[in-house]
Design a protein around this ligand. Structure first.
Ligand SMILES: Nc1ncnc2c1ncn2[C@@H]1O[C@H](COP(=O)(O)OP(=O)(O)OP(=O)(O)O)[C@@H](O)[C@H]1O
Ligand SMILES: [Mg+2]
Length: 234
């Protein structure tokens, strides 16, 4: 099994690193750190093998305009990766069609270059905007299914790590209690080998395996700095 480091010990411990040949999902509210983590993974996949990387390229399908080359430069400096931007293919998309087509095009790049990571940030934003009404939910879900099928197909065929970020839906249980679930529900989740929630509790940022019991051992903590995601300092 091929894996690479997130650059954060706590996160590596949680899921054993980012796995190739499978899809990992990170979901959470805005500002929970999804995009910054995606930037970091574009750098850590480039690390040499002895440093936990795969010495490989990354593809970033940017559906929300989140990609920021300056962030990559800062993170790359921290990890001592030279010319990191040269080994990241970025595709800004403007519609769901564009997102699906961009995914299909990744095969060409995978064949040509040593790509080991495909990021979809976020998987749902275009569809949510294009199909806002309940009546069209079935159509939306079938498009999403096509997309997830294709992604899993590519990841397993080429032993590439697929990562999707996802937004949250809050589900009210009663007046005082509510919980956050990933958008797209089981349809997306069934394609993901790992599903990780990013969140904030008081001032502490955490990651937790979705659906793991709510006990302390299932939470790991991290912090965000200018040059990426760090283990929480003691
Ligand atoms: N230098 C820094 N020090 C501490 N925190 C920072 C720093 N720079 C950015 N942040 C925090 O990192 C977070 C960035 O979140 P990011 O853009 O990764 O969120 P996201 O989960 O992708 O959100 P969205 O759903 O809106 O795309 C923000 O909460 C921001 O306050
Ligand atoms: Mg984001």
């Amino acid at each position: 099994m091929t894996k690479f480091t997130t650059g954060v010990k706590a996160l590596d411990k949680l899921i054993g690193g980012i796995e190739c040949g499978a899809i990992t999902q990170f979901f959470g509210e805005f500002g929970s750190g999804k995009s910054i983590l995606m930037h970091q993974l574009c750098v850590t996949v480039q690390l040499e093998h002895n440093l936990g990387g795969l010495n490989s390229f990354a593809i970033y399908i940017d559906n929300e305009g989140s990609f920021n080359p300056l962030k990559i430069e800062k993170i790359a400096k921290r990890f001592n990766v030279k010319d990191a931007l040269k080994r990241i293919f970025i595709k800004r998309t403007w519609s769901f069609d564009d997102q699906l087509l961009s995914l299909k095009l990744t095969e060409e790049y995978i064949n040509k270059y040593g790509v080991k990571l495909i990021i979809i940030d976020s998987v749902i934003s275009h569809l949510r905007g294009e199909f806002p009404y309940q009546e069209l939910l079935l159509l939306r879900q079938s498009l999403l299914k096509d997309f997830m099928n294709k992604l899993l197909d590519i990841c397993s065929k080429y032993d590439v790590a697929g990562i999707i970020t996802n937004q949250v839906l809050s589900i009210t249980q009663d007046e005082k209690h509510w919980m956050l679930k990933p958008v797209g529900g089981n349809l997306i989740n069934q394609y993901c080998k790992y599903i990780i929630k990013l969140g904030k509790f008081k001032d502490k940022r955490y990651a937790k395996i979705f659906d793991a019991p709510e006990d302390d051992t299932n939470y790991v903590f991290f912090e965000i700095k200018e040059d990426g995601i760090y283990d929480l300092s003691p």
